[in-house]
Design a protein around this ligand. Structure first.
Ligand SMILES: Nc1ncnc2c1ncn2[C@@H]1O[C@H](COP(=O)(O)OP(=O)(O)OP(=O)(O)O)[C@@H](O)[C@H]1O
Ligand SMILES: [Mg+2]
Length: 396
């Protein structure tokens, strides 16, 4: 009887957990050191690098004495809703600690706010008109009396700020940033840490509402691509129980193709290599199979569409300019700062003053890298090919 074919443990798209997740201990250690020092954290990493996966892992595996809660707050649409969400998260996080002191504190809060229920999915209050912003200022200092340090992970925070700005509520966005900044700088709030991330660069959203100072106290934690060793470890981890077999040199060959070693790209390649091998009914991966998998991944636009939509979404006014840089870069395998300048001064854009801001943004957001001084190329062959397929004609 033919042996059953077992596919590798990959689910591309969602944040990775459990056996699908490769922990980089140095990131976790660095993160907790900074929290210990009293810093509030901003995850700065380009799209799809693994911010959500890392935040979830950190929130689930804190050192002793910490209580953490993670939430994707993308759905928040108004200022009040934001404060409400934060208020609820603090309640939920404190509730789950179950130490003597947190049980006391929760008891007090339940009476004070007439709370009917605190569960994993939310909080029910009797009273409907709560001034959440005010209550937050009252409740957070009370955490000092517990034996826990509360850490709230707010994923997609940048999107919320960006959305408010786009809906003409920039003042509300600024108000939120002000309040959070105030909370962070007050000594009474020392048992409380906020951790922010987003799939659009928070710095650039903040710059667009002209308030860079409101986040410059946040401590950046950078998470880049995997090293070759980490990438090999991830390949081995993903295929551990699978039928396909990789010799070491094939892992090196796969890495070389992917070039920029994001876990996401590796997942895509492993998944596709498995399909190719399965079609051929041959579990021993060779170069030809990897080449074929690479070509197939490239053909699947849906994997990369997100990079384009998000760029359009949060840079609607500047998209044509930014996109022209990317199209040129895709067609010529590189773009020089002189070429970027030439596009910038064109009648259509007139961006003589700030074209480097956009170039930096493309680098920070994980589209291009500076290969040598003032020469840029796509960070990943996958993205470059996607741009070529989307824009086969170069505008001269
Ligand atoms: N450490 C890791 N180990 C294994 N897979 C990972 C790891 N980090 C990320 N991935 C995979 O990469 C993809 C992106 O991960 P994740 O959603 O965490 O990134 P992100 O930076 O939050 O993305 P976005 O910018 O879209 O919010 C997912 O498919 C996830 O499974
Ligand atoms: Mg994410």
């Amino acid at each position: 009887m033919k042996k059953q074919w077992i596919s590798p443990s990959t689910i591309t798209g969602d944040a990775a957990t459990g056996a699908r997740y490769l922990r980089r201990p140095h990131i976790n250690e660095y993160f907790w050191r900074e929290v210990e020092k009293g810093n509030h954290i901003l995850f700065v990493a380009p799209r799809r690098v693994g911010k959500t996966s890392i935040m979830q892992d950190l929130a689930e595996n804190p050192p002793s004495g910490y209580s953490c809660i993670y939430q994707n707050i993308e759905g928040v649409k108004t200022r009040n809703e934001f404060y409400k969400r934060l208020f609820e998260l603090i309640l939920q996080c404190t509730e789950k600690s179950k130490t003597e002191k947190t049980i006391d504190l929760i008891g007090r809060w339940v009476r004070k706010y007439s709370i009917e229920e605190i569960t994993k999915s939310g909080v029910k209050l009797k009273s409907k008109d709560v001034d959440y912003e005010k209550e937050l200022r009252d409740m957070i200092p009370e955490l000092v009396n517990t034996d826990r340090h509360t850490v709230i992970f707010l994923d997609e925070f940048a999107e919320v700020i960006n959305k408010l700005k786009k809906q003409g509520q920039a003042e509300d966005a600024i108000d939120i940033l002000h309040t959070l900044r105030e909370l962070r700088s007050d000594a009474a709030f020392r048992k409380f840490t906020l951790v922010f991330a987003g799939s659009v660069g928070l710095q650039f959203v903040i710059k667009s509402i002209d308030r860079p100072k409101l986040i410059n106290d946040l401590h950046p934690v950078e998470t880049g691509a995997l090293t070759a060793n980490e990438a090999a470890q991830l390949v081995n981890q993903l295929k551990a129980i699978a039928t396909i077999q990789f010799l070491e040199e094939m892992i090196a060959y796969l890495q070389n193709k992917v070039n920029h070693l994001l876990p996401y790209y590796i997942q895509l390649m492993i998944e596709e290599t498995d399909l190719v091998a399965r079609d051929l009914d041959n579990a021993n991966i060779d170069k030809g199979m990897i080449d074929e998998a690479f070509a197939r991944v490239l053909r699947k636009n849906k994997n990369f569409e997100d990079w384009l939509t998000r760029l359009k979404d949060y840079q609607p006014n500047h998209f044509p300019f930014i996109n022209e840089i990317l199209i040129r870069c895709a067609h010529n395998n590189k773009i020089t700062v002189q070429e970027i300048y030439n596009i910038a001064i064109d009648e259509r854009y007139k961006r003589r003053d700030d074209y480097m801001d956009f170039t930096d943004e493309l680098m920070n957001d994980g589209y291009i890298i500076e290969e040598q001084k003032h020469v840029y190329r796509f960070i990943s062959p996958f993205l470059q090919e996607f741009w070529l397929r989307k824009y086969p004609i170069q505008n001269d």
